[in-house]
Write a protein that binds this ligand. Structure first.
Ligand code: 13P
Length: 226
């Protein structure tokens, strides 16, 4: 089981330090935290396993606002998210760009969590499987690649996928790619155990509920009993 926290654009360096002082990951579950770039070194120094929230495909170059795998590795960062639905929807990132980011990060020695998932209208149109197929097709096949299924309609909405919906999507993803699959989208301490109990749910990618050390620790503990 892998439980990952995506802090998005939350927490200053001081707030990151305070979280790390208050949070102790339970034994027996792998915990990853993805803070903003400016807090990466603070979180690494606290002794936690730290991933970035994005990474560029080039080694270096004229890419204003981007960060390379080598820059992350120098800080002691172990991996990165790529293709989060907020990157796709708000910043125009594509399936191919996501795959290039994943490929380069893996080649540079980072682990990768690649996010996939359909929007509300895609689900209503019955396009969930074709969207997942399209997003997964260009991703590299690599033992250090983890997939996160995050239906966009469940992100930050409090509208969690039911365990049955999550299980169905995870099983479909695993029919297309041999990788562990995390579930993300309104995971909270009170729904984590039933989601994590599904046979093809290999962990969680947690947004809002990962910002509080007690609630994130409760989700990590739910992984131990699932
Ligand atoms: P929430 O847990 O806030 O719905 O966010 C999920 C997410 O986007 C994690 O990457």
């Amino acid at each position: 089981m892998l439980i990952a926290a995506n802090w998005k654009m939350f927490k200053t360096r001081a707030e990151t330090r305070a979280f790390c002082e208050a949070f102790t990951p339970p034994e027996g579950v792998e915990v990853v935290i993805c803070p903003p770039f400016t807090s990466l070194d603070v979180a690494v120094e606290a002794g936690l396993t730290i991933f970035a929230q994005n990474v560029h495909w080039a080694e270096e170059g004229a890419y204003t606002g981007e960060i390379s795998a080598a820059m992350l590795k120098e800080l002691g960062v172990a991996g990165s998210l790529v293709g989060h639905s907020e990157r796709r929807q708000l910043f125009g990132e594509t399936d191919e760009g996501t795959a290039r980011r994943a490929e380069h990060a893996l080649a540079a020695g980072l682990r990768v969590i690649a996010c996939v998932g359909e929007t509300d209208s895609e689900r209503e149109a019955g396009a969930t499987e074709s969207v997942l197929r399209r997003q997964l097709a260009p991703l590299p096949r690599d033992p250090r690649l983890v997939v996160a299924y995050e239906p966009a309609w469940a992100i930050g909405t409090g509208k969690t996928a039911t365990p049955a919906i999550a299980q169905e999507a995870h099983a479909y993803i695993k029919s297309l790619i041999d990788a562990p699959v995390l579930y993300g989208g309104s995971v909270k301490p009170d729904n984590a155990a039933e989601l994590l109990a599904q046979p093809d749910v290999d962990g969680a990618l947690v947004g809002g509920a990962s910002l509080d050390p007690d609630s994130f620790a409760a989700i990590c503990r739910a992984a131990l009993i699932s």
